[in-house]
Design a protein around this ligand. Structure first.
Ligand SMILES: [Fe+2]
Length: 276
């Protein structure tokens, strides 16, 4: 037998052995892949080319949503009896934010609300946001802008403070959510781009934002006050079959003083590549 052939055979069998070992290692590491690791990897793929106002393709939205649908509090090491969910403050308890990851493409973090904690009405300009209630119950309300309908500096004929505008928005959803439930997704111009939450019990909401807020790129978080539709409504007429309760006027406001958010550490499973 050609010695080279023999050598080739023995090299081949070594190679096969190595390949087998590598694939076994890969299989083991895949078996060990945690749900948050899977979430992080999928976010990297889905938001790799994300620019403001870019909405990922429907298949990518579904892929990411289905991971979040299955995400459980234990996957990120959270339980309702942890200190961050307890408070003696019943009016406006401070809210913890667990930062997990942020790049210029996407961010992952968890809002931890004690009972009666409120995240006031705010927007997500040019962003796609996935929200997953991990545990607890909360009241959720969201709106989308009605295009080009705004009234500025006037309220029933009287001048308002200079620059004060009211823009028309349509209610997207107003409901109570109780975990376990599916993740929700909002888009730049649909799906409830403006939302607010009030915790009925202690609750945890994991948010994936793509791209995240960025002052330098013009995606800042603005807070709003909502007013029932009949106010400031001189200039707008609804179709006969439209319900006034489905509409509100929104007015920009400063970040509410009582909305206090502090940082808390992520104590869930290590996520490989998170420092990229
Ligand atoms: Fe939000």
């Amino acid at each position: 037998m050609n010695p080279w052939r023999g050598r080739e055979i023995s090299e081949t069998s070594k190679k096969k052995k190595k390949t087998k070992m590598r694939s076994k290692k890969r299989k083991n590491s895949l078996r060990r892949e945690t749900t948050v690791q899977k979430l992080f990897e999928t976010c990297k793929q889905v938001f790799s080319d994300a620019k403001a106002a870019d909405v990922p393709p429907p298949a990518d939205i579904e892929r990411l949503k289905s991971i979040l649908d299955d995400l459980k509090p234990e996957d990120v090491n959270l339980q309702p009896n942890m200190n961050i969910f307890e408070t003696t403050e019943t009016q406006h308890p401070p809210i913890a934010y667990i930062h997990i990851y942020e790049s210029n493409k996407f961010s992952i973090g968890i809002f931890c609300l004690p009972a009666s904690g409120v995240i006031p009405l705010h927007n997500h300009p040019g962003m796609t946001v996935f929200s997953k209630l991990l545990f607890g119950s909360m009241q959720a309300k969201s709106y989308d802008w009605v295009e080009r309908v705004a009234t500025c500096n006037k309220h029933n004929g009287k001048n308002l403070q200079q620059g004060l505008c009211h823009q028309l928005a349509r209610v997207h959803v107003e409901k109570e959510l109780t975990a376990p439930c599916e993740a929700s997704v909002l888009f730049p111009a649909a799906g409830g781009n403006l939302h607010c939450f009030k915790a009925i019990t202690a609750c945890a909401i994991l948010d994936v934002q793509g791209p995240p807020y960025s002052e330098s790129e013009g995606r800042h978080c603005t807070y709003y006050q909502d007013f029932p539709f009949p106010r400031f409504s001189d200039s707008v007429e609804l179709e006969a079959d439209e319900d006034v309760k489905s509409y509100v006027w929104l007015e920009e406001r400063e970040k509410p003083k009582e909305f206090v958010v502090y940082g808390a550490h992520y104590t869930g499973p290590t996520i490989v590549g998170i420092r990229d």
